[in-house]
Design a binder for this molecule. Structure first.
Ligand SMILES: Nc1nc2c(c(=O)[nH]1)N[C@H]1C(S)=C(S)[C@@H](COP(=O)(O)O)O[C@H]1N2
Ligand SMILES: [Mo]
Length: 359
């Protein structure tokens, strides 16, 4: 077995690591290869004093301990998490932020309790406006004087969705510190910024939440500082990635396998098409995984080039709503939700070519 590692994007001020997209395809990402995206230092956690408090809009608060939660009705579900900044580095016009390549995405089986069950047990009803989730990690942002916690909100309907869970397990193991121990929110089908790690406080609010990670970051900003017209990130867009071959790879003429992943957030991937001539002709790839809600599907395509030369390979996914990846995703200041058709340039080498040089 080869020693495969996460790929560092930054270590300071926070640790950010990508899944190595060049590793062999696996539907379930092993925990030690699951990408890591943090805004602050890891918070210290003492499980004996940790609790989750649920506060309603009149400041009534109910606390759950770790054992309260793990003794509730358990659910498991598979969900792909994708950072909204995944593929930021692939925008032709550079966008600010961590220059993620292809690997700010991974897939795991999450075990935990339905958020809805916890909210109901705490007496929260569907009547509020939004629910705010606070992580234990905090620190300084460049644009604010005071320290802030990592906080995000959800509309009440998504919070009460039966697939929105408070996870304490990842692929059958207790959640690790890097992924939000002891409890993280999992919001399937939404960009992973919604899936708050190191959760310790949930509050019901009557006004739309305006924290910096809700209204300054993770919004689609079309012009610098034009926050007035910024739109909140929507659920994950249909997307696909070619994992193999990789950019500028040399390939022998004859049969080659092109393979990768496709995902569609709350939707299903229904089709992946491959072009090997820069986007003129498209043929369907084989989907290797069944359609599991919220989860990426591996695909493969057998390619048999005969002639030497440069080729541009492209992958294009379609969802069950008929949405297709665009040739070029719309650029935005913060470089989010890049779902452009993925293109990889390769070189096919034939033995004829080598023989003609050597003889
Ligand atoms: N508390 C907290 N939750 C967080 C974050 C964070 O920095 N702090 N990052 C978010 C973002 S932007 C992403 S993409 C995912 C990454 O989850 P992972 O590190 O388990 O892959 O966590 C989300 N939840
Ligand atoms: Mo993210």
């Amino acid at each position: 077995m080869r020693d495969i590692h996460l790929v560092p994007v930054s270590y300071f001020p926070s640790e950010n690591l990508e899944f190595p997209m060049i590793s062999s395809l696996q539907t379930i990402t092993p925990n030690q290869l699951f990408y890591v995206r943090n805004h602050f230092e890891y918070p210290p956690i003492d499980i004996n004093t940790w609790n989750l408090s649920i506060e309603d809009s009149v400041d009534r608060s109910i606390k759950f301990t770790y054992s309260d939660l793990i003794n509730m009705n358990k659910v498991t579900l598979s969900a792909t998490l994708e950072c909204a900044g995944n593929k930021r580095s692939l925008f032709e016009r550079k966008a600010q932020g961590n220059q993620f390549m292809l690997g700010a995405i991974s897939n795991a089986i999450w075990g935990g309790v339905r958020l809805k069950d916890v909210l109901e047990q705490a007496g929260v009803s569907l009547s509020g406006t939004e629910i705010v989730f606070e992580g234990l990690d905090y620190g300084q942002r460049n644009d604010m004087e005071e320290h802030v916690f990592f906080e995000r909100s959800l509309p009440v309907a998504k919070a009460f969705h039966p697939d929105t869970i408070l996870a304490y397990e990842m692929n059958g193991e207790p959640l690790s510190i890097k992924h939000g121990f002891p409890i993280r929110l999992i919001v399937p089908g939404w960009y992973a910024v919604a899936s708050v790690k190191w959760l310790h406080r949930i509050r019901v609010v009557e006004q739309p939440f305006k924290g910096p990670f809700q209204s300054i970051d993770y919004v689609i900003l079309k012009k610098t500082n034009d926050y007035k017209h910024a739109l909140p990130l929507s659920p994950v867009l249909v997307n696909s990635t070619i994992a193999s071959p990789t950019e500028e790879q040399e390939m022998a003429a004859g049969t080659n396998v092109i393979e990768g992943y496709a995902w569609a957030g709350e939707h299903s991937v229904t089709k992946v098409e491959i072009s090997t001539d820069g986007g003129n002709l498209w043929s369907e790839a084989n989907l290797l995984d069944p359609d599991v809600p919220y989860s990426w599907r591996r695909w493969s395509f057998s390619w048999n080039p005969q002639n030497s030369g440069p080729y541009t390979i492209m992958s294009k996914a379609t969802n069950d709503h008929g949405d297709v990846q665009p040739l070029k995703a719309e650029w935005n200041v913060k470089g989010y939700q890049n779902n452009s058709i993925h293109a990889v340039n390769v070189h096919v080498i034939t033995s004829n070519l080598v023989n003609s040089i050597l003889n």
